[in-house]
Ligand binder design. Structure first.
Ligand code: MN
Length: 517
């Protein structure tokens, strides 16, 4: 198969001749521009660009993103100029390539750089989520070929992957990226722990694939006997890194890990899911308290599925996961599965509605503090924020867009729905708070903690002193200066954009009483 064929086989069936032409031209341009470059593996540089483009096609990205994938290293590493890209491929492709190029200079060196990387990643993502998709695909191939990188650099790159890209992929619900990236990074970042996991799990994993295959066939037969016609089954062994994290929580006792082996059943409808759930419990005895209904109660990143742990033949314990095709795509590709390229000119309301439902379920957890569990320090007062349900602004946007279900605007809608109404503001420690456009340091202070809001005396934005009514900008680093004697005034109400800050100011002014929790 030629390079281009390998990209096209993964392309959406809706792709037109123009789409293929665009990708072909980008391929030819990349081929010429990088003709003298080699990867460290000794392969032509082009193999890297094709790998990135293939991944992007596989996760359902459109032709412009795929073209940007092919061109993502041109501006930085070749003679190709931004003007040429603009002329040949248009503004959008140029915007994407430049977005990736800017992110390219992010390097991980200690905590400060770590925070800087996160900040850049978020600012870039908030402008265009497709930039992040290219960056993730780029990182995936760099991790797949990490063995060729000089030893002293391997650990740094792997660590950056584990600490930055993995959590981002996870929060965007991109399960496949997450798993692959963390398993590729694991042996480089924690070589001793990796060896330990292999040793502890070795015996259990030895016949795992055979056992799983046997059990999968048993289940398949049972489902067919029950008259279920439309279903797909697959099996998986838990990734080494996620096994490591679980072993740490379970005193390194492999017998306490119940989802080492799993069988997945994918069916057309939600009713089918519950039906099959019953059949599974008839076939194999479920373990008590191990039934999880993530369909009725989705995980914070939008993950949906039914899980149950059962004891099968030979006392093998395994997890059975049951979900619909949509849920499955969502689990594998998350946000990308909602960006799926559509060529139809007539609007596709269901896709848009589906996206909104998904975005609605995702956003509170994505941008509130749970996202930062893994960052150095939790934002204080986070419990307060977690209590808030789906933000008002999402509901407003959803209502406003009800009429304009034009699929041509799908990506634009995503960008706007998702990000353009919000700005991401960072604490000096690198924690992020999302606020509405036009928010001021007062809003920021109250978002962090009531006490900080109540005593705000000034603020530093990007290290410069500003007045507390200054409108913040996306990506600003804000430090709040407090003074015990400082108290809210009625004037503050006109300097705020968030309901939370207004309510807190009113309480401090004695206008309204504080609700007892
Ligand atoms: Mn690259």
């Amino acid at each position: 198969m030629t390079d281009l064929e390998s990209i096209f086989t993964n392309l959406s069936t809706a792709a037109t001749k123009e789409d293929r032409d665009l990708i072909t031209r980008a391929y030819e341009c990349a081929k010429t521009a990088h003709k003298d470059h080699m990867r460290r593996s000794g392969e032509p540089y082009l193999t890297h660009l094709v790998a990135v483009a293939k991944t992007l096609a596989e996760i359902g990205m459109g032709p412009k993103t795929i073209a940007a994938g092919l061109l993502h290293d041109t501006i930085e590493d070749t003679d190709v100029t931004p003007e040429e890209i603009k002329e040949q491929f248009g503004d959008e492709v140029l915007f994407l390539v430049e977005g990736v190029t800017k992110l390219g200079s992010v390097r991980y060196h200690g905590v400060d750089r770590h925070n800087e990387s996160l900040r850049k990643l978020f600012v870039a993502t908030s402008q265009e989520i497709r930039v992040l998709m290219v960056k993730l695909a780029d990182r995936l191939h760099n991790m797949q070929t990490l063995e060729y990188v000089p030893k002293e650099k391997q650990k740094r790159i792997a660590q950056e992957t584990l600490e930055i890209y993995v959590p981002v992929a996870h929060r965007l619900g991109m399960g496949r990226f997450r798993k692959e990236l963390e398993d590729l990074a694991f042996p480089y970042v924690y070589p001793e722990e990796y060896a330990h996991v292999k040793q502890v799990a070795g015996g259990h994993l030895k016949h795992a694939l055979e056992t799983l295959e046997k059990l999968r066939k048993t289940l398949q037969k049972k489902l067919a006997e029950a008259g279920i016609k439309d279903f797909k089954t697959s099996s998986r062994v838990k990734g080494m890194y996620s096994l490591f994290r679980k072993l740490e929580q379970r005193d390194w006792d492999i017998d306490k890990i119940y989802d080492l082996l799993a069988i997945r059943v994918v069916v057309p409808t939600v009713e089918d899911c519950y039906h099959i759930f019953g059949i599974v419990h008839e076939l194999w005895r479920p373990l008590p308290h191990r039934v999880k209904d993530y369909i009725a109660f989705p995980e914070p990143n939008g993950y949906q599925s039914l899980h149950t742990t059962v004891i099968a033949q030979d006392r093998t314990i395994l997890e059975v996961q049951i979900r619909t095709e949509d849920m499955h795509k969502n689990a594998e590709f998350g946000v990308a599965s909602h960006l799926v390229y559509k060529q139809t000119q007539s609007g596709d309301k269901s896709a848009l509605a589906q996206y909104r439902a998904w975005a609605g379920s995702l956003i509170p957890s994505l941008f509130y503090s749970s996202f930062w569990r893994w960052s150095r320090k939790p934002v204080s007062g986070s419990a307060e924020k977690n209590k808030e349900s789906i933000p008002q602004w999402i509901q407003e946007i959803a209502a406003a867009h009800q009429e304009s279900a034009n699929t041509e605007r799908f990506v634009t809608d995503l960008r706007q729905d998702f990000f353009s109404q919000r700005i991401f503001i960072f604490t000096p420690e690198g924690d992020v708070v999302d606020l509405p456009v036009g928010a001021t340091p007062i809003d920021f202070a109250y978002a962090i903690h009531t006490d900080i809001g109540d005593h705000i005396a000034g603020a530093k934005v990007n290290n410069k002193l500003v007045h507390i009514d200054t409108a913040l900008r996306n990506g600003d680093i804000v430090e709040i200066i407090t003074r015990p004697s400082s108290r809210p005034t009625a004037k503050w109400l006109s300097f705020t954009k968030t309901a939370l800050a207004r309510r807190r100011i009113r309480i401090a002014l004695g206008e309204i009483a504080e609700k007892k929790a």
